[in-house]
Design a protein around this ligand. Structure first.
Ligand SMILES: CC(=O)N[C@@H]1[C@@H](OP(=O)(O)OP(=O)(O)OC[C@H]2O[C@@H](n3ccc(=O)[nH]c3=O)[C@H](O)[C@@H]2O)O[C@H](CO)[C@@H](O)[C@@H]1O
Length: 369
């Protein structure tokens, strides 16, 4: 069986790395990994973390940030590879422009598409935008759907996806985290050379990069961080910037005079895990971090209006706080001051899986050969 695995962004690289390693282990599978160029630097660094060095890169980065330009560049960039390699399966992940483009390129060439992290829905087509639309479109033309949870599977059934084409696998980010924590537990692998995490402080890790938060959302988040450090002199905040200047520039402008806030460049995956493991609280609009944090027993306040991770909300390990400055300040302060509230959010088992999702995906594909 020949598989073409498409990777665009950092989270796709993190979440597909375990699947690629599993595919490469199987003598009956030839896997070709192809970067699209959507996040070349971030994605290639992640593959390096997981010792994946053999991959193509179509460098389809759009000159502007126009999604439609990037989508068409990727589809056209993949055509020659699809014609030359004629894979049996195009494997895509999640909800990005690269995931949708990879899926459509496969579909237009009558090649079966397999979708990892299928079925996540907020039910709101404008949030997250364009991810909710991307993943619904991918579900409508994919042949196989790897749903992380039972809830994701039910979302697909509600959209008339046939049950026998769905497999509930767990989220592969837990596979990646377990692989990485095995590697990172050997402290010598850390290259984290950022500002020290001081144990006599309360430490908060922050990331924000969602398009719907650009502008006012990120502004309110940063104003809330300034207010928290104004009130709490024993708090250090580590803000890991995203590579997208539309997410990073405003944060740098608002936060750069606050010496309690350490502004970090995008972190290598192992170093980011080190940060997640060693802080007390995580504030983020990220999807993957909502799934990882329960395995690290870290409470997460989600700075979005909606989440497609209801399982973690139901389990009490994440809480949606949106981008309202006052609400972010209040909920963060509560976790800093009220140990009962804090304990309630540190969770035993992770609703997002057991770290064996990649194995399940590969054996399912082999059974369909
Ligand atoms: C709507 C939505 O939720 N969509 C998500 C979005 O991904 P995301 O929101 O999770 O994106 P990010 O937050 O950028 O990545 C997070 C990962 O990066 C690591 N990290 C973070 C900061 C850093 O400095 N260094 C790092 O290594 C971190 O540990 C984590 O694993 O698209 C994915 C692809 O389709 C989807 O799967 C996913 O649902």
């Amino acid at each position: 069986m020949k598989v073409l695995t498409i990777i665009g962004t950092r989270p796709e690289a993190i979440k597909l790395a375990p699947v690629i390693l599993e595919l490469n282990k199987n003598p009956n599978i030839e896997n070709i990994t192809c970067l699209t160029g959507q996040h070349t630097d971030l994605a290639s660094n992640i593959l390096k973390n997981f010792n994946i060095s053999n991959y193509l890169n179509i460098e389809a980065r759009a000159s502007s940030f126009r999604i439609s330009q990037l989508l068409s560049n990727i589809i056209m960039g993949l055509e020659p590879i699809l014609n030359e390699q004629r894979p049996d399966i195009v494997l895509v992940h999640g909800d990005t422009t690269s995931s949708l483009a990879g899926c459509l390129a496969g579909f237009y060439n009558k090649i079966d598409v397999a979708h990892v992290e299928a079925g996540l829905r907020t039910g709101n087509i404008s949030s997250p935008w364009p991810e909710e639309g991307n993943r619904k479109l991918i579900s409508s033309v994919s042949k196989y759907h790897f749903a992380p949870t039972e809830k994701s599977r039910l979302n697909l059934i509600n959209e008339n996806v046939s049950d026998e084409s769905i497999l509930v696998t767990g989220n592969t980010v837990i596979d990646a985290l377990f692989l990485a924590t095995k590697i990172t537990d050997d402290e010598s692998v850390f290259s984290y050379s950022g500002p020290k995490i001081r144990k006599n402080k309360k430490n908060i890790l922050v990331t924000s990069h969602r398009r719907e938060n650009f502008g006012d959302g990120i502004k309110n988040i940063c104003l809330a961080l300034n207010e928290i450090t104004e009130m709490k002199k024993d708090v250090d905040i580590f803000y890991a910037l995203h590579s997208n200047p539309l997410a990073a520039d405003l944060a740098k402008e608002i936060l750069n005079k606050n010496n309690q806030i350490k502004i970090l460049s995008p972190q290598d995956y192992f170093d980011f895990i080190y940060l997640m493991k060693n802080v007390d609280i995580i504030l983020t609009d990220s999807g993957g971090i909502q799934e990882e944090a329960p395995s690290l027993n870290k409470p997460v306040l989600v700075m979005r209006q909606f989440t497609e991770r209801p399982e973690a909300v139901d389990a009490g390990c994440i809480e949606i706080v949106g981008t309202n400055k006052q609400r972010i300040v209040e909920k963060t302060t509560e976790l800093l001051e009220n140990s009962a509230s804090y304990q309630k959010m540190t969770y035993g088992s992770n609703p997002y899986g057991d770290g064996h999702a990649a194995k399940r995906i590969v054996s399912f594909l082999m059974s369909r050969k």
